[in-house]
Design a protein around this ligand. Structure first.
Ligand code: SF4
Ligand code: ZN
Ligand code: ZN
Length: 305
């Protein structure tokens, strides 16, 4: 099959694009997000996991002329974390950018340790919730303490749609109102701004971009992924997308419009956590992360001066 824009062979059948036109299409989608935040001259920290989405994020940001450094969070998940860290190191080498590694074992607890406590009923909750909370906390803490202006993550359209559906299922309209490609920083409350450059792209498109650019990626899956609701939802959306092209884009766009028109959210009043000094809501003197950490029975972080 021939590309919709030139004589070259198609490599992306859904939109009938050759390699060159697929890369143009991809970079345009990234630019669409980057135009919403002024990143010129800014220091950006990219959270990398060793996977295709974060590797493509780092590559696409460099392509757009951004100044980036990478942070790999070593979750301490046997085999999976070691292999992912290797892919992240290789990526940093190829891109020629600094890589920072933050080890959960040194900071508090590994995800494997937390999972054991959940399994034997010593703490409540799902491991992916604890893992996600810890990742968000350390990404922000590292970025804040090291003077980064923005955090970029590999969240893409599939992640956003899964987030929307989970919150619709839970009838949590306040969480739902957090959708969107950017989150403004609030340095008074030690919150660094966030950007999701791949917001308008799918996992399938990210995989193709990573392959075309020969990015080193770890294709293995975390051993706890079978319990992950988001992953289960994404598999269903892929079936819908096959049957109804642009399903993911259209549903996400419609729900964002509905939210913008009908969900009124009062901005939470933030204050400093009494333990770690990072943001918490005024109703909760100890932030959710410190509360979880305490429940897990590990040493509390030193209070910030
Ligand atoms: Fe963490 Fe769950 Fe993802 Fe594993 S599947 S890395 S536990 S969020
Ligand atoms: Zn073409
Ligand atoms: Zn705290």
């Amino acid at each position: 099959m021939q590309c919709a824009h030139c004589q070259q062979k198609v490599i992306y059948a859904k939109n009938r694009l050759c390699k060159e036109h697929f890369l143009n299409f991809y970079h345009k989608k990234v630019d669409h997000v980057l135009r919403q935040v002024a990143l010129e001259g800014k220091k950006i920290l990219v959270g990398v996991s060793g996977g295709k989405d974060s590797a493509s994020t780092a590559h696409a940001l460099l392509n757009a002329g951004c100044s980036i450094e990478l942070l790999y969070l070593d979750l301490g998940i046997t085999h999976y974390s070691d292999e992912s860290r290797e892919a992240a190191s290789h990526l940093a080498e190829i891109l020629g950018v600094p890589l920072h590694i933050l080890n959960f074992k040194k900071e508090h607890f590994t995800i494997t340790e937390a999972n054991k406590l959940i399994q034997c009923g010593k703490i409540e909750g799902a491991i992916c919730g604890t893992c996600g909370l810890s990742k968000r906390f350390f990404l922000n803490k590292f970025a804040f303490e090291n003077g980064f202006d923005y955090i970029a993550t590999g969240h893409c359209l599939d992640d956003e749609l899964a987030f929307i559906m989970i919150n619709l299922k839970n009838q949590d309209l306040l969480q739902l109102a957090r959708v969107g490609p950017t989150v403004r920083g609030d340095l008074v409350n030690k919150l660094v701004g966030k950007v999701k450059p791949l917001y308008y792209l799918t996992e399938k498109e990210n995989r193709l971009y990573a392959v075309l650019n020969r990015l080193p990626i770890h294709a293995g899956e975390c051993s706890y992924a079978t319990n992950n609701t988001q992953i289960a939802m994404k598999e269903m959306f892929n079936i819908f997308e096959e049957k109804f092209p642009h399903f993911k884009h259209n549903i996400t766009r419609s729900i964002r419009k509905l939210i913008a028109e009908s969900v009124k959210v009062e901005k939470a009043v933030l204050t400093s956590c009494s333990v770690c000094g990072y943001a918490t809501t005024k109703e909760r003197s100890e932030c959710l992360f410190c509360c979880t950490k305490r429940r897990i029975g590990m040493t509390l972080l030193e209070p910030k001066p």
